[in-house]
Each structure stands twice: as C-alpha cells, then as structure tokens.
Design a protein around this ligand. Structure first.
Ligand code: FAD
Length: 459
C-alpha cells in the first residue's frame, strides 16, 4: 500500500542507520526542521540547525513562525512520530501542563449540520499551544549528542561546486552579524513557505519545481479564555458552502482555551474583541459564542493571520536536482491549516527521510526523498484542496475525483452524527493514522450507503 499515513510509513528503527559520519545542516528550526535534525542525528556525526530567530528557552511565539499564536491541532501521525523519535516527548509536554485528551469523546466535531457521535475507541491526543509543542521538541533535539542549534543565524545562500551539481553547505549571517560558511554533506531546507530553493535552482540553470496554488483566501483570528481545570473539551466547527465560517477551540496549558475563529473567501473574523464575539454568534452552533461569553479572556488582544493559498511545489516532477540537498515540510507544501495536517506531514516526511538514507545512502537523496514523499503530500493535499473546492470561489487546479469523494465523505459525516463507528473511521483517516482507502472498505461503505441505522451490516 502506498505510504500516505502512519499505518503505512516504515516504522522508525534506530538500528537501520549503521553509518554515522559527516555533517548535516538543517535550515529552519520549525517542526519540520527539528524532526529532520532528529533523524539525521542517527546517520551524521554533526547536525547543525540554523534559524534566523532567537530560540529562547521558553515556549514563546517566534517571529519566524507567526502561525504559532493560532490553534494547532496535533493529529495522530505527528503525535506518534514525536513519541517514537523523541523519548519522553509526551511526559515533558504533560509536565509543562499540556493535556492528553480522548479525541473520540472530548473533541466535539461539527460537520454537515450536526456534531458527530462519540467514537467507540479511545484516540489519545495531546493538546497544547504550538509554542509548547515546538519548545519541547526543540529541547529534546538540542540534547541529542552531535546536534547543535544556531539561533539568530540567517541563511543567505547555498554553497555548491562551480557547476552547482552538488550543494555542500550554506552561508549564514550569524548572531554577531558576520558571514559564516558551514560545510555539509547534506543540507535540508526546512524554511517553510518562504523557502528560497526554487529561486536558487532557477539561478543555477535548473528548472524550478512546478507550483500548484489553490486560492482559498482564509483568515484566522485568535484569543485565549480561561478554562476550568476539569473541562477538557475541544470544539471544531467546520465551514460549509452555506456558512463559510468556522472555529477551533482547544484546551491548552495554563488553564486556558485557545479560541480561533476563521472564514474563507473574504469572510474574515475581525481582530477586535467586539467584532470577534459578534462573528462567533453567527456560527451554526452556540458553543463558541457561549465559551467567549461565559469565560474570562486571558489575552488582551485578538491576533489575526491571513492564508491566501494552498501551495504545493512539485519537486518530484524535476528531472534534475542537485546532490546534497533535500527540501521538507511547508517548503514543499503548505495546506489550508483548518485540516491541521502540516505537522503530521512533516512528521511522516521525517520518517521517510530516515528510510531513504538508511536504505539507499546519501546519493541522489533529494530525488529519492521526493519520489517517496509525493504520496504523503498527495493524500494531505487531496483531502485539503478537495474540501476547499466545496466553496465556489476556490480557484486553482482541482485534483481528480474529489467531487465524488467529497459527496461520499459528506454522506459519511451525516451518518456519523448517529454512528460512532463511522466517526472512528473518519477520525482515524483525518488524523493521518489510517489510509483513506479504509473509508471505502465494505464494513464502512455499507454503513455510509446502506440503510440508516446500520441494519444488516455485514460483519
Ligand atoms: C494559521 C496556521 C495554523 C496551523 N494549524 C495547524 C494545525 O492545527 N496542525 C498542524 O499540524 N499544522 C498546522 N499548521 C501548519 C504547521 O504550522 C506547519 O505545517 C508545520 O509546523 C511545519 O512547518 P515547517 O517547520 O515546515 O515551517 P515553519 O513552521 O514555517 O518553520 C520554518 C522555520 O524556518 C526559519 N527560517 C525561514 N527562513 C529562514 C532563513 N532564511 N534563515 C534561517 N531560518 C529561516 C523560520 O524562522 C522558522 O523557524 C498551521 C499553519 C498555519 C499557517
């Protein structure tokens, strides 16, 4: 089965990376960069992670990751990978007041006109702010032998041979303002949406990756409110073509809910508190408004973020790509964040990067990695962009088959209002644990397409 989910990705096995020599440089200390650094530490003596931001020893929001102030839902693929790769990740997250909830019951998920029924099987889920997820990962990665974090270092250029066939390092402006050259046997670009690799390729006589852009014109506004210690509920309100507005409310550390309201195609949630509350009142369920009304706000302001387009750079289509370079995370593809896939795609990519290096060495690592990661990106992209095309104003290349799949999934969601088994199947795919084909297996398809109530369900 193609690798597109946690269930089908090769599992991490530390004994597979027998060789450990040379140097690797990772540019970008976001989630993708940290996870890449973690797997590279098994195969390289030295791994240097550079980031233009200071990386303080606190879970604070960073300039280079403006999205870190907004709700980040951690799907199972990211969570399990973090647990596997970074021993003690979960314990540290909980010790720092993050939560472990049961997504089968604690997540109130509104879709297709109602909340889904509770699921029958537990789905453990970490809940915290994005800053906390990243801070714990950063501390654990920094503790690995051979890994060095270089904060306040701006990446400016790749180093390469005259013909630019091999990337062999990076040039940075370091924290003292001096230009420094770091040599490397492998460079990983984890700089996110602003990645400069396409421009570098073009200026060095390579074709840049073809780009798919799907216009969604999304905006987020977020604040924090007080949460009673024993209230661990999340709320997710998905948008629809009749109400292109939604919400995500996540219990986080410090006895708070992070409350994000969002809208697509110009339905922007306001960034002033009064307008924010009014927007919440227009949602199809009362819970977001009630939460904002009944609980003390712990943030003085509402922060705003715009996300105009889903962007996918198709590196897998390139005939030529330099040796010594790999691109990961949002630098390859960034998806409409309401589907919460970014950290999970980065996590699955880190496992694939490990597998590519462990199974085939460093030669042609970039192209071999892109060949493998294409399927992971495809699955996430089709899910996100496929859903985005329910809005008539969404524009860009439409993946094939999404209209039919969309109708099936809408029906599945409606049945799941009363059928916890369907919620379970849906959640495990949405959380990138299971392969999407599992939603079309006879036991699930019958519950979706057969008589309501699941009568005569085949065993
Ligand atoms: C509003 C919003 C909400 C989201 N919600 C979710 C969610 O619920 N669940 C989820 O899984 N994902 C979510 N995502 C996606 C998620 O944030 C990312 O996909 C994921 O963190 C992987 O990002 P990354 O590490 O590739 O890039 P980034 O997080 O963008 O990190 C890039 C890093 O590179 C550094 N950098 C950039 N340029 C340079 C340079 N020239 N020199 C040195 N350093 C540089 C930056 O400082 C930064 O640290 C959301 C995204 C957005 C925008």
């Amino acid at each position: 089965m193609t690798v597109v989910s946690l269930a089908t990705v090769p599992r991490y096995d530390s004994t597979r990376a027998s060789e450990s020599d040379g140097q690797a440089v990772v540019v970008g200390a976001g989630m993708a960069g940290l996870l890449a650094a973690r797997v590279l530490a098994d195969g390289f003596d030295e791994v240097t992670v550079v980031d233009r931001d200071p990386l303080p020893d606190d879970p604070v929001a960073r300039r280079g990751v403006p999205q870190s102030r907004h709700v980040h839902v951690m799907l199972t693929a990211a969570q399990s990978t973090l647990d596997d790769l970074l021993t003690g990740y979960g314990e540290e997250l909980l010790a720092a007041d993050g939560l472990l909830v049961d997504a089968a019951r604690d997540v109130n998920f509104f879709i297709e006109g109602d909340y889904l029924a509770d699921g029958p099987r537990r789905i453990p889920q970490y809940c915290a702010t994005r800053r906390l997820y990243e801070w714990i990962a950063r501390r654990l990665v920094a503790d690995i032998d051979g890994v060095e974090l270089r904060p306040s270092c701006l990446f400016t250029e790749y180093l390469a041979d005259d013909a630019a066939t091999v990337v062999d390092g990076v040039e940075i402006r370091n924290d003292a303002g001096d230009v420094e050259k770091l040599t490397a046997d492998l460079v990983v670009d984890a700089t996110g949406r602003t990645s400069r690799t396409p421009t570098w390729l073009e200026t060095h006589d390579y074709a840049p990756p073809p780009v798919d852009e799907v216009f969604i014109d999304l905006a987020y506004s977020t604040t924090l409110v007080e949460r009673p210690a024993d209230d661990r509920r999340s709320f997710v309100v998905t948008p629809s073509s009749s109400c292109p507005r939604g919400a995500g409310m996540l219990p986080v550390e410090g006895g708070r809910w992070l409350v994000t309201l969002f809208g697509v195609h110009g339905e922007y949630p306001p960034a002033d508190p009064a307008g924010f509350v009014e927007f919440a009142a227009t949602l199809p369920v009362p819970d977001p408004h009630r939460l904002l009304d009944e609980h003390r706000w712990t943030a003085a302001d509402v922060v705003h973020y715009r996300f105009p387009t889903n962007v996918r750079r198709r590196y897998e289509d390139l005939d030529r790509f330099p040796e010594g370079l790999v691109v990961v995370g949002d630098a390859i593809a960034s998806f409409n964040p309401i589907y919460a896939q970014g950290m999970s795609v980065a996590a699955l990519e880190s496992l694939l990067l490990y597998d590519v290096l462990a199974s085939g060495g460093r030669d042609d690592a970039g192209r071999r990695f892109f060949d493998r990661s294409e399927a992971v990106v495809d699955a996430a992209w089709n899910m996100a962009v496929g859903s985005d095309f329910q809005f008539p104003r969404t524009a860009g290349p439409r993946p094939r088959g999404t209209a039919l799949t969309g109708r099936y999934l809408a029906r599945l969601a409606r049945r799941a209002h009363a059928d916890g088994v369907l919620r379970d199947a849906f959640f495990r795919v949405m959380m990138m644990e299971e392969h999407p084909v599992t939603l079309f297996r006879p036991g699930v398809a019958w519950r979706v397409l057969g008589p309501a109530g699941g009568a005569l369900t085949p065993s």
